[in-house]
Design a protein around this ligand. Structure first.
Ligand SMILES: [Fe+2]
Ligand SMILES: [Fe+2]
Length: 224
């Protein structure tokens, strides 16, 4: 039985299989993960019994071969995992998705106005993410893995990181709202469908990524 007074961030830490269920139900377990399951349901107008049942089913169905618990990783190991898995993914996905979004906008924007807004949000999202990844890789992460990190620098960098995560989270929320949960019309072509499915995948990856930085990495340096 799931303890509904636990925070949604904590539920994802203990049961990573709950992340896609929160994603689908627009529950932000990253930047606003400090609320209980009960509170999160109330703010999203969701039935807590139905959601808890769905989460418990996912937890019960969890099969072996899952990723190791990131909390068990050293800081160097955790940072290495974030960069090689999540930063690398974005560095490949963004150059593919930016022109695809522009193309779908150009071809179908006249008939489907949400594609104009979506392309603007995609551009803003990538413009926020690119320097964010660079800053983490070039400044924050190397400092965190030093034997004696510079406390003032770490505090400043972590504060900025958290702010930028909020901005990214807000843009992801707009992306999901504009696309009505990434649903495509009957007439959508392959490019349109690919754009929507890949953006949903990107949302899921970024949520996991930010969750690791906010709830596993940052608490290790909270005193800084
Ligand atoms: Fe990152
Ligand atoms: Fe980050």
């Amino acid at each position: 039985m799931l303890d509904r007074s636990q925070t949604v961030a904590r539920i994802v830490l203990d049961h990573s299989e709950c992340a896609p269920i929160f994603q689908k139900n627009r529950i932000d377990y990253c930047c606003r993960g400090g609320v209980s399951l009960t509170e999160a349901c109330a703010s999203q107008g969701l039935d807590p019994d139905a959601l808890a049942t769905e989460l418990e089913r996912a937890i019960g169905a969890r099969s072996g071969g899952d990723e190791a618990d990131p909390r068990a990783l050293s800081t160097a190991g955790l940072v290495g995992h974030i960069v090689s898995k999540h930063h690398q993914y974005l560095r490949e996905a963004m150059p593919f998705l930016a022109p695809l979004s522009a193309k779908v906008r150009r071809v179908h924007g006249e008939h489907d106005g949400r594609l104009l807004e979506l392309d603007d949000v995609v551009k803003a999202l990538f413009a926020a993410l690119e320097p964010h990844l660079d800053e983490e890789e070039q400044t924050l992460f190397p400092e965190l893995t030093k034997r004696a990190p510079d406390r003032a620098l770490v505090a400043r960098e972590l504060g900025a990181m958290q702010q930028e995560h909020l901005e990214v989270g807000a843009l992801l929320g707009r992306m999901r709202a504009i696309t009505a949960d990434f649903t495509t019309p009957e007439w959508a072509c392959n490019s349109y469908r690919t754009l929507f499915s890949e953006l949903e995948r990107l949302e899921g990856d970024v949520l996991r990524h930010v969750h690791l930085e906010n709830h596993v990495l940052m608490p290790r340096f909270a005193e800084a």
